[in-house]
Structure formats: C-alpha cells, structure tokens
Design a protein around this ligand. Sequence first.
Ligand code: C2E
Ligand code: MG
Ligand code: MG
Length: 387
Amino acid sequence: MVRDRLLLAADGAGVVARLGGDEFVLLVEERRTEDVVRRVLEELRRPVDLDGLAVRSSGSVGVARPGDGASLAQLLTRADVALYAAKAAGRDTSADFRPDLQAAVADRLGTGVDVRRLLAGEGGVGSLEAHYQPLVELASGRVVGAEALVRWRHPERGLVLPDAFLGAVSAGGLDARLDEAVLREVAADLARWRGQGLEPVPVSVNLSRGSLVDPDLADRVVAVLEHHGIPSGLLHVEVTEHQELPDDDVVAGNLEALVAAGVDVHLDDYGTGYTSMDYLQRFPVAVLKLDRAVTTTVDGGRRPVVAGITAMASTLGLDVLAEGVETVAQRDALLALGIRYGQGWLFGRPEPAADHVRRVLGGGARATGALEVPAPRETPTASPQRA
Ligand code: C2E
Ligand code: MG
Ligand code: MG
C-alpha cells in the first residue's frame, strides 16, 4: 500500500525500493527532488482505510544528493542521517543532508547508547541525580514541598538536563526504569535526612507514561517507601497533562491505589496540553500545576484563562500551583487570582540534595519556614482551596 503511494508520488520518474521494515528508498532525477518529496509527504498523509476506520499516518524524508563523487553506499548513509534529522524535527517533514547533521546524529545515537548503559547500571557513563526545587506558599514564601528533577552527571558532558536525554530514554522504552531510579534516590535522600534529624518537606516525583501503564506501579512505589521507612505523605507524584494516557483501568487504578496509600497525585503542565476535564475526572488529582507558559502570561492576556482554571479548580476542591514563577509581578498577579502556591526561579532553582538541605531544610530557611523573597504587594484574600 505504501509502495503504491510512493510509486504514485514518483510518477514514473525513478526507482522505488523497500529497504526493510518501514523504510523505503526512492532514486529520482535530481531536478525532480523537491517535487517528488512534496508528493511523497502528501501521499503518506492521506488516511489509510482499515476496515472502514480512517487511520492517519505520515512519513519523514531524508534527502541526499550526488555531486561530490559519493558512492551509492555513502549516499544511502547520508539519506539515513537526513531522515533522522527529519524525524527529530517533528516528523511529517523532510530534511536535506548536511555534513554537520552527521555529528548531531552521532551525538543522539551516542546518548541513546549511554542512556541504556546508565539505566542498566553499567559503569563509565556517569550517574543520575535528583535535584530539588522548592514549592512555596506564594503569600509567605514558606516552603511546602520540593519537586525532584532528574539530572545526568555525565563524565564528559557534565550536568545534562532532562530535555537532552528523556527523548532517548523513552525511545528506548526505559522511562519506567528512569522514574524508578529517581524514586529510589529520592527515597534514600528522604531517609537520610530524617536520620539526620531534619524534617524534610514532601517531595514530588514525575511519572512518565511507561510507569503509569505498569499495573505494578503502586506496589512498587509503596515497596520503595516501606524499604526506607518513609511515611507516604512525604511523597507526591506528578502526572503530566502533555502525555496522552490510555483510557483504561490501569492508569486510574494505579493512581487510586497510590492515593489510598497516602501518596498525593498532582497534574503537571496544565493549561497548554489537552487542558481538559478528562484527566481531572478520571484521576484522583489533588493539585493542579499551571504550566510555565501560562504563568508567564498571567500578568497579561491570559489572565481570564487563568481565572477560569482557578475557579474550576476551586469548585473541584483542588489546590493550584503555578510553575515557572520568575518575577515579583507574576507572583503578585497569581496571588490576586487566588492562586496559593508556586515554584520558580523567584523562589529557587533546582539544586543538588546537599544545597537543598543547606538552603531549605537545615538552619535558616527551615527555621523561619520561608525563603527570602520580596513581600507581596498586598495581602491576598483567603481562597477556598484546602491547604
Ligand atoms: P516539569 O515536571 O514541568 O518540571 C519543571 C521544569 O521547569 C523543570 O525543568 C524546572 O527546572 C523548570 N523550571 C522551574 N522553574 C522555572 C522558572 O522559573 N523558569 C524556567 N525557565 N524554568 C523553570 P527541567 O528540570 O529541565 O525538567 C524538564 C522536564 O523533564 C520536567 O518538566 C519533567 O517533565 C521532566 N522530568 C524531569 N525530571 C524527571 C523525572 O525524574 N522523571 C520524569 N519522568 N520526567 C522528569
Ligand atoms: Mg513536574
Ligand atoms: Mg511542569
């Protein structure tokens, strides 16, 4: 079927061959390249009829041109590199080979290999670290929790942020394993802090799709908490609104079981993804986390949208926490809308466990219960949300 569409797109202008799997090669006259690429993408975009069901599909195209005496084998490798770049650019598009792409692709492939070795516990590729970012009560600056954010301490690349390797983790089907590694680290940190006589604030851990669809998730989480003797109230989990989750009993069952065990569920990145009532109805959510993209516009045009979300959250008895609060103006605008909690550079960046202890848990800040943040311009009216 794909073959027919490709033949149609090539319009007799070249050769169509299947390399294997879902990869095809088209050899066409160079002057016709743009035209054929455009038609290939159009053809592959047409829905496929599966027993009366229109299923949408798309393709990606990598283009390599002869000219510098490259052999056929070299051209195929270059087309493959360009294809990789097209996929990375969001699929349903094409990319032309450029020499600098080769390094970028090697880098990505290297990341994938390293990630696999890392999560298999092999040496030489560094280690994962949980960094902690404070969650605060906006009116007082009091720290009410912390979000654990994963970082990869790489021997050559230094501290690598999640955006640079989570793609490779999920492409390798390893996201549940990464979540588990972070959870274990967080549990070990919490246990150590309690052992030192500190009073840690609850820590939120992000869960990926791979974790949420695992029927054993709740049991695994509870087992880790029990192993370290940690009260379940010290752990919260975040489910992102950006990820489409299957509408079955497994995900909801997992979250119900976690809540029953005393672990709160927070809905992450709200306001830019599906922004639907769907997850709120299906899942036992306690806190709505407004995406940073919403927070940055709260003192501008998006104000009515945020007011609407806040009203809905309040009706549902949910707390609202705004992510990415960077300025006092944003903080004040959030307070004026009745939003109680926030997280962002205004209050503190994600930092290694030792710094979290020093700045948030130990000594000064914890003793007064507040980070040093400018006082709000006005006292907010009490909101009906529960603490
Ligand atoms: P997220 O869960 O929405 O985490 C918040 C992100 O916003 C973090 O990025 C944090 O560093 C950043 N951030 C916080 N305050 C500010 C601010 O004021 N300004 C700006 N510009 N950024 C701010 P980070 O650490 O790079 O993490 C990115 C994403 O990676 C996270 O988004 C989360 O979806 C994912 N992630 C991080 N750690 C884990 C993990 O352990 N497991 C899973 N499954 N995903 C994780
Ligand atoms: Mg999060
Ligand atoms: Mg978020």
